[in-house]
Design a protein around this ligand. Sequence first.
Ligand SMILES: *[C@@H]1O[C@H](CO)[C@@H](O)[C@H](O)[C@H]1NC(C)=O
Ligand SMILES: *[C@@H]1O[C@H](CO)[C@@H](O)[C@H](O)[C@H]1NC(C)=O
Ligand SMILES: *[C@@H]1O[C@H](CO)[C@@H](O)[C@H](O)[C@H]1NC(C)=O
Ligand SMILES: *[C@@H]1O[C@H](CO)[C@@H](O)[C@H](O)[C@H]1NC(C)=O
Ligand SMILES: *[C@@H]1O[C@H](CO)[C@@H](O)[C@H](O)[C@H]1NC(C)=O
Ligand SMILES: *[C@@H]1O[C@H](CO)[C@@H](O)[C@H](O)[C@H]1NC(C)=O
Ligand SMILES: *[C@@H]1O[C@H](CO)[C@@H](O)[C@H](O)[C@H]1NC(C)=O
Length: 198
Amino acid sequence: MSVMRSYFSSLAALCIVQCLTSHLAVALTNITTDKSALLALKSRLTIDPSYVLWNNWSDSTSVCTWIGVTCNSRHQRVASLDISTMGLIGNLSPEIGNLSFLLSLNLSGNAFHGVLPRELAKLRRLEGVDFMFNNFSGVIPSWFVFLPQLHFLNLRNNSFTNLFIQKSISNISKVEMLDLSFNPLGGEIPEKIGNLYT
Ligand SMILES: *[C@@H]1O[C@H](CO)[C@@H](O)[C@H](O)[C@H]1NC(C)=O
Ligand SMILES: *[C@@H]1O[C@H](CO)[C@@H](O)[C@H](O)[C@H]1NC(C)=O
Ligand SMILES: *[C@@H]1O[C@H](CO)[C@@H](O)[C@H](O)[C@H]1NC(C)=O
Ligand SMILES: *[C@@H]1O[C@H](CO)[C@@H](O)[C@H](O)[C@H]1NC(C)=O
Ligand SMILES: *[C@@H]1O[C@H](CO)[C@@H](O)[C@H](O)[C@H]1NC(C)=O
Ligand SMILES: *[C@@H]1O[C@H](CO)[C@@H](O)[C@H](O)[C@H]1NC(C)=O
Ligand SMILES: *[C@@H]1O[C@H](CO)[C@@H](O)[C@H](O)[C@H]1NC(C)=O
């Protein structure tokens, strides 16, 4: 029990540090940061079969006009990224964590692979993540439960092998829709995550 408690408090401390850092990061970022984050994502693609992003995500145009990108009207920052079903192959660059105003991220129906960069944990505003039908591997990290606004998490049909969401913290998650099916998950899956029974 005390082990669990100290595990929990160290995660909470980690969260506080991350929250502070991410507030600082928000203050230091602007639309130029968003643009370089997306150009970094583009540079990690090994295949973009229809050259959609290759042609459209051009350094000389405003990031808010790019295919798949929606900016919020108030801050003119990237609020949503939907590059689903484009046949993209690549891994996810850590710069994605600099999209401080991102609410929704849809990469479904591509072939992104590799582990999820831990910088994703900086996206404190994220409400929805759809990574269905990709080939991400490694662990499904615990920080997902600390993303304060996350309601929707679809990781169906990937190559995740481990779930790193501890039983003791699983009930603080706000996730309302969770799909982990069709992953080669080993180990124990918590019976309950947030309000969901898995
Ligand atoms: C963004 O911030 C950088 C410094 O961090 C600054 O050089 C640049 O001019 C800013 N860009 C915009 C569009 O505000
Ligand atoms: C990118 O796509 C958008 C939406 O289709 C279009 O309005 C814009 O002109 C395109 N930009 C370039 C550089 O092709
Ligand atoms: C964005 O993210 C990368 C990698 O996480 C980092 O090196 C960089 O300094 C960040 N900030 C800006 C303003 O691009
Ligand atoms: C993500 O994109 C796919 C394909 O375009 C779509 O079917 C799905 O509903 C989207 N996910 C979310 C959460 O909107
Ligand atoms: C998972 O996705 C792959 C392609 O991305 C597909 O071939 C396979 O049939 C899918 N499996 C399930 C169970 O949906
Ligand atoms: C997915 O990644 C694994 C290695 O992590 C690889 O063995 C497998 O062939 C990949 N599957 C696809 C459909 O790319
Ligand atoms: C989670 O629920 C258990 C019992 O269901 C409770 O003992 C524990 O304190 C709860 N944890 C949090 C962080 O709310």
